[in-house]
Design a protein around this ligand. Structure first.
Ligand SMILES: [Zn+2]
Ligand SMILES: [Zn+2]
Length: 210
């Protein structure tokens, strides 16, 4: 198993988009393409990667703003937990409230579910249902690579906002404690905003989880 993971901090909310690729098959997925589609497309082309899908941790506008532009260039499925469908449906409207313009992503998605295993070449990625910041939030866990792409559930020294429609603070804390802090201590956390961190570090030091 060999893979590459690149991160791109995009858009006005500095969202982390991840490009995950299986080295052998040269197949790739974009996780949370939030903005700057041309930069993401250029990265795929430079490395001669074949895009297989877009995976979304959740459907806040800062995570989906480049979906429409990516789909213009590549005919690939978009994966999202169904509980986040309503958020996706009003993504452009929500962005406008912030004074940010995005293209509305198409509504058609493939459903993600808790515990589902996604395959990318030889890589196995497990979906962890982690609602609270968003009702259909998913984290993508790669046990063999010891890493989790955590979206906006868990950040370095912080957690996702819960002052948004559909968010629930206690549900987020429960998700983090049962689905993320139970991963091996050395698991690297790649969040939706800010720098990466480690499960063991957050378990000991994150002030929201004590
Ligand atoms: Zn979010
Ligand atoms: Zn975000």
């Amino acid at each position: 198993m060999s893979f590459t993971l690149r991160s791109f901090t995009v858009g006005p909310l500095m969202e982390n988009c991840y490009l995950l690729a299986d080295s052998k098959s040269k197949t790739a997925v974009l996780i949370d393409p939030g903005d700057e589609a041309s930069r993401l497309i250029a990265a795929l082309e430079q490395e001669s990667l074949k895009l297989k899908a877009i995976w979304l941790t959740h459907a806040h506008f800062d995570h989906v703003g480049a979906v429409a532009d990516i789909l213009d260039r590549f005919d690939v499925p978009v994966f999202l937990h169904p509980e986040d469908g309503p958020l996706l449906a009003r993504a452009a409207q929500s962005a406008a409230v912030w004074g940010i313009g995005i293209r509305q992503p198409p509504g058609q998605t493939q459903a993600l579910a808790d515990g589902q295993i996604l395959q990318l070449g030889g890589l196995e990625v497990k979906c962890l249902f982690t609602p609270g910041h968003a009702p259909g939030h998913i984290a993508f866990y790669l046990p063999s690579a010891n890493l989790v792409i955590a979206g906006d559930a868990l950040f370095y020294g912080s957690i996702g906002r819960t002052d948004l429609p559909g968010a629930d603070h206690q549900q987020l804390i429960d998700s983090i404690k049962t689905k993320l802090l139970t991963l091996p201590e050395k698991t690297i956390v790649y969040p939706g905003h800010g720098p990466k961190t480690e499960i063991g570090f957050e378990a000991k030091n994150n002030p929201f989880l004590s």
